[in-house]
Design a protein around this ligand. Sequence first.
Ligand code: MN
Length: 306
Amino acid sequence: MTAAAASPQRLATRMADVGGLPVHRAVPQRALRKVGAWCFLDHLGPAVQRGDRSLQVGPHPHIGLQTFTWMIEGEVLHRDSLGSEQVIRPGQVNLMTAGQGIAHSEESLGSPFIHAAQLWIALPGNERHMPPRFQHYPDIPRCHQDGLEIRVLAGEALGAVSPVQVHSPLVALDLSLPEAAPAAVTTELALRADFEYAVLALTGEVDVDGMPAVPDELLFLPAGRSALALQCTPGTRLLLVGGAPMHEDVLVWWNFVGRTQEEIAQALADWQAGPGVDGNGRFGAPVASPLAPLQTPALEGRLRAG
Ligand code: MN
């Protein structure tokens, strides 16, 4: 089939609160449950932090996913039930593979500004019970095209390969044009026709296939296109995520990604049972955080897979 690629679908994001700061939640939403295996996309900030308005997320559990943090501004301390303690700084990625179960906390270290993206990747069904792991990536490959700086956060682009260890075919790119750039930039980005993609403008103004996108508006691109025309003005930053469409329905509830209601209910019960005498419960040792654990919601009704 040689038909022209479908136009991008414009989707709104919604506001949510994460640890005291407003975020734009782009995925999941009713019209879009995942992009490849990316099943959650929060854009945090750019925001000023002061006093009680700063990112402070107390201990909470995860299963069945990888949490993927991309830090643009600010510093956040990650601690988890494996004993990891890691500060993430601008230009770095933290990857936490929850697998069968992990708990973590995130505390902003008081920088005046914070700007980050937090994403979740659903693990494939046959790997979702893997042992938990935490990985910190201080060096993310960067390349340039037509004056745009492109950081290859996951997967590969322009011959650069991200070291971030994922479990399904996917990509994440941060594209930016500095405020000081002399002029707007037009470029054509190569895409994989077997991937579906979403573009989220983070700051500035960008035209995607001639369609203007404002910050925190999501454009979804169904599989089947091999290139994307972008026009960026100075000060633009955007995130492009993509992946092979995931032909498995997943259940996303609270901080859990599973396949069945029973699996989610069991994870909730295991979290509520606590770490056990030697920290040998499902979610490991208590997280060494001064913050109170997040409140656990009640699991009511049947969950909807998507
Ligand atoms: Mn988390």
